[in-house]
Every structure is written in structure tokens, then in C-alpha cells.
Design a protein around this ligand. Structure first.
Ligand code: ZN
Length: 358
């Protein structure tokens, strides 16, 4: 199957199209009932919606929420916030993603074209480069031929100023630095936008409603479209050239706020080239260096980037030490609170410690 030509049709109108989709989704969000707000999560009382207790899929089955679920949601959100304190890179997005999302990215998404880029300003300072990517759609949703993925490169101001590097070299450095991202698909919207917002790497509007049905355990980070874009950021020479152009433009403009566009003809050439590539999950090296690099980039490589919250580990040691002293009970309660652990977690840690001794 060749790629659908509608994916990259009318590239110049794609910004307006992306904005229109955002507006529609925002108005749907405003009308949505049954959203678990941060206030409701904090209150500790299970919210009632249309006369029924709010539902969750935590544990794998749909059931009414309990106060303990709310505790767990709060705890998971806190851990997530700590985990992403240092931001996120394209490599980490791939490494922390779910196997199923990486597999879909490899097998279903064949095209990634950077459509436009501009320096994002906060006050008078440029803080990042925003790049709009277009990918094809897997065809699962009727009438949807493409998706809009936005990536903000936070290393841009530094690379614009670092004039001792060529734009090419600066772009190569920038793609290893921090990013924020957004996608207009349902997977990002209902599973991952909340995760991105708590992790503070969302490029679009933040989502404050906890995904109590779709993703109550807050696992994974990115949809197949975002993952394909990440693989091109890491391994694609067309994206590298596009980023280098944006840095050149930023340097010329002085303030880095420049805007660049992809030419329709160049986008078509790229899409054509990508459409000819093999898509099977087990596709071997194809000899197309760009393609092989991007495929490799979708493999999980490094465990080092999987940062577990350190606090639990430290907490676990302190809890174990405390268990053996007089007045342990009161101290334990206070420490549990200090460490942001739930009573259940504290008990689990103590039980594990007891087992270790016997
Ligand atoms: Zn997506």
C-alpha cells in the first residue's frame, strides 16, 4: 500500500487545520461531564456523576471508585511529577514508552514530514523552537488522513546563540536536548495528555482531568504518531536539515523568532520516499540509511533513562530503621506523611522488610 496522498495535501493550510481541531476538542472538553478534577481528587470523597459514584478501570475492570482509589491516583500523580523533574528528551520518550505503542509506530505510521517551525516567545525572549509535524493516520478513524504533532525544542535559544557551531552541528545537539510535545489523536488526548501535563512536557493545552478509565495507572508516555516523530528527530536526515534551517534563520534574525516552512514539493518528495519503505515489524535493514536509522531509534535502548522515584527507596530505608525503635508507631505515621507515602505503601514496605529479616 502506498501512502495516502491526502496526508500531505495542502501543507500551507495545515496550521489552520490544526488550530481548528484544537478548537473543536477544547469545546468538547468544556462540555464533558464525568471529568475527575484535581479538587475532587484532593477532597478524598468519591464524586457522584448523574446519581452514581464515579467509575474507574484501576485494577482492570470497570467499577465504582473508592476513597482508596483517590489516594492511589494522588500518589501516582506525585510520583510522576517527581520522575520528570529534569524534563524529557526524544530518546527518553522512546525508552519510557509502551511496547504496544512502539510496535504500532513501526507497523502503522509511514510518513513524518516537518511542516513549519517558529521561535516561541515568552515576553521578548525566545524560549523554544516549535516544530509542527504531520504524520499519516493508521486509517482506524474514518475520515482522518493525518495527525498534527507539535514538538518544542527547549535547546533552541542556546543553539541559536552558540555561533561557534555550524547550524548542522547545533541541530544535532538540539535534538538530544529537552522537548515538549502534543498530538491531536485520541490516544494522546485520553491516555497521555494528563501524563504530559503532570510531567510538565506538554506542548499544547494542559489536561487536569485524571484518566481514571483509560489510564488509571499512568503508564506509557507517547502515542504511535509521537513515537514515529521521535524516531525521525533521532535518526532522520530530513528533520536534521529542517532543524538546521530553523537555527540558521534564528541566527540571521538575531532574536531567533524566525518562521520557516516546508515546501510542498519537498514534502511530497519526502512522503514518496517514505511510502516506498517496508513496514513489517520484522523488516530487516533496507539499505536506506535514513530508514534504518529511524527504525533503530524506535528500539528501546537504555535502561539508564528509566528513573524510578528515588524518594521511595530512601523512604523504604528510613521506614525499616524506624521499625525497631521505641515510640515507633507515632514516628512511622509522621514519617509516612513526610515521605508522601500512603499507609498501604508503608505497610507493604514494612512487610517486605520483615520478610527480609526472617
Ligand atoms: Zn497521536
Amino acid at each position: 500500500m502506498a501512502g495516502d496522498p491526502r496526508t500531505i495535501a495542502r501543507l500551507s493550510g495545515s496550521a489552520a487545520e490544526a488550530k481548528q481541531i484544537q478548537r473543536e476538542q477544547l469545546s468538547e472538553r468544556a462540555k464533558a461531564e464525568n471529568i475527575l478534577s484535581p479538587e475532587q481528587m484532593r477532597s478524598g470523597n468519591v464524586p457522584i456523576n448523574a446519581g452514581k459514584l464515579m467509575m474507574t478501570m484501576l485494577g482492570g475492570e470497570i467499577r465504582p471508585m473508592t476513597p482508596d482509589d483517590l489516594n492511589q491516583f494522588r500518589q501516582k500523580a506525585r510520583e510522576l511529577g517527581r520522575r520528570f523533574q529534569g524534563g524529557i528528551t526524544a530518546r527518553q520518550v522512546v525508552d519510557m514508552s509502551l511496547t504496544v505503542d512502539r510496535q504500532r509506530a513501526r507497523e502503522q505510521i509511514r510518513m513524518v514530514v516537518p511542516a513549519a517551525a517558529r521561535g516561541l516567545k515568552k515576553g521578548s525572549a525566545v524560549t523554544a523552537l516549535e516544530v509542527r509535524f504531520i504524520t499519516d493516520a493508521s486509517g482506524e478513524t474514518k475520515g482522518v488522513y493525518r495527525h498534527h504533532v507539535t514538538v518544542e525544542f527547549t535547546g533552541y535559544p542556546e543553539q541559536v546563540i552558540a555561533g561557534e557551531d555550524t547550524a548542522q552541528r547545533a541541530a544535532a545537539k538540539m535534538r538530544k536536548q529537552g522537548i515538549r510535545f502534543d498530538c491531536d489523536c485520541g490516544r494522546h488526548r485520553y491516555w497521555y495528555r494528563y501524563v504530559a501535563s503532570v510531567g510538565d512536557y506538554n506542548a499544547g493545552r494542559p489536561e487536569s482531568g485524571f484518566p481514571k478509565i483509560r489510564n488509571p495507572s499512568l503508564v506509557g508516555v507517547a502515542c504511535k504518531h509521537v513515537l514515529r516523530v521521535m524516531s525521525e528527530i533521532e535518526g532522520g536526515s530530513a528533520v536534521q536539515a529542517f532543524l538546521a534551517r530553523a537555527i540558521e534563520k534564528g541566527r540571521k534574525n538575531g532574536d531567533g523568532a524566525g518562521h520557516i516552512r516546508q515546501l510542498q514539493r519537498e514534502a511530497e518528495r519526502l512522503a514518496d520516499k517514505q511510502a516506498k519503505r517496508p513496514m513489517a515489524a520484522n523488516a530487516r535493514a533496507s539499505g536506506d540509511r535514513d530508514f534504518d536509522r529511524a527504525r533503530r531509534a524506535l528500539r528501546k535502548q537504555s535502561r539508564a533513562t528509566k528513573v524510578k522515584p528515588k524518594r521511595t527507596a530512601i523512604g523504604s530505608k528510613r521506614m525499616q530503621a524506624l521499625g525497631a525503635t521505641p515510640g515507633a508507631h507515632d514516628k512511622l505515621i509522621a514519617t509516612t506523611r513526610d515521605l508522601g507515602l500512603t499507609p498501604e505503601e508503608a505497610v507493604a514496605i514494612l512487610q517486605a522488610a520483615a520478610k527480609g529479616k526472617s
